[in-house]
Write a protein that binds this ligand. Sequence first.
Ligand SMILES: *Cc1c(COP(=O)(O)O)cnc(C)c1O
Length: 459
Amino acid sequence: MPADALATATELARSYLAGVGARPVGATATTAELRARLGVPLTEAGVEPAQVLTELARAADGGLVATAGSRYFGFVIGGSLPAALGADWLAAAWDQCAGLYVLSPAAAVVEEIAGGWLLDLFGLPATASVGFTTGCQTANFTGLAAGRHAVLARAGWDVEDKGLIGAPRVHILVGAQAHATIYSSLKMLGLGAGSARRVDADDQGRMRPDALRAALATCDGPTIVCAQAGEVNTGACDPFEPVADLCRAHGAWLHIDGAFGLWAATSPRLRHAVRGMERADSWATDAHKWLNVPYDSGLAFVADPEAHRAALTTRADYLVRVGGGTRDPSDYVPESSRRARGFAIYAALRALGRRGVADMIERCCALATRMAERLRAAPQVEILNDVALNQVLVRFRSPSGNDDAHTRVVIEQVQQDGTCWLGGTVWRGRAAMRISISAWNTTETDIDRSADAILAAAR
Ligand SMILES: *Cc1c(COP(=O)(O)O)cnc(C)c1O
């Protein structure tokens, strides 16, 4: 009976979340153990739904990573706000397909409303269009697809119809510390990851305007510039005012990858970090990171809705359009059929309110500063970045002098200890521990406990 399965799922989810703060943050099962536990024979006859769920939860348990908890500091992840998780459950129960208006008027209108709230919170033009994507990689793809359309249309070339073979050359300029998914997007768009020219960055990873000016001077014809809000290691944001001035003067399309950094704009106290970003042509961000909604959920904004739609719309006689000013969600994303992820974003924003969004972002940044201060107090610790947002880069000095190896060992020990989880990176040629504070439920106590665990590992 379906009700049993849902009751079982609720109970399993509740018990997982109730215990998530007490379990080791990293996974504990080996690959072989997971394969053995999950690799049961697929039987000829099926199994009772509630039994499937109970056994799945038991078998998966050791392979789950406690990203829903408050001490996961790896990558840039974030948890799930209760309202967003609840709305995501409802979206699944309702089984809405958010492709066309006619498939789910509620999903389409919720995107419209939440999209308007987001434009307002970020301080973006109210006339910009919004796509609810799977993540920031698809949001980057979306923004760059709109840019590819616009710069080639201005050169008299219809790229959607004719493709890129024989098209005027598109110059692509990318900050030296651009995220890997900018390159994936360029690759998928046929623009070529290798054709992008890197613009020098400063010691925090910010694009240097003088380098951008020099690079733009060599670009004759269609040009796209990719800037960034929130470098994945340091959290630094490009200087958007001079970058936007230069792009405007050159007639270049300016895209901003702001997977997490764009959220600084929602806080009156942090907004200065992204000043000028509202002057770009397209923006990409994530909701599953700093807005703390369940995976998968990203957002693409485009200042020119015509370019946005021209790049992505899908037309066929049977794909019924209602018209009359209704919005078909699939016009703004690469996918056709997809999950109605707007419900979770809508719920998160309503549950937090304006002040709540800003508080969550500010709290994470304050906790990152607290973490940096706690760690910096130890003599063997060096903080490599200016902690301006939610990212902290840490390096550990070793008595033997091999700081790279020592830093990697400390990271491994912290991961094994299980109090918290964080990963490693290489920053300007040196190994570093990378800490990201992005979860709605992280507290000062979590930071202090984790700092103690990190310092114990370093000793
Ligand atoms: C996480 C991230 C991305 C990719 O986002 P996904 O949600 O993983 O697709 C892109 N850019 C930056 C700066 C990021 O931090």
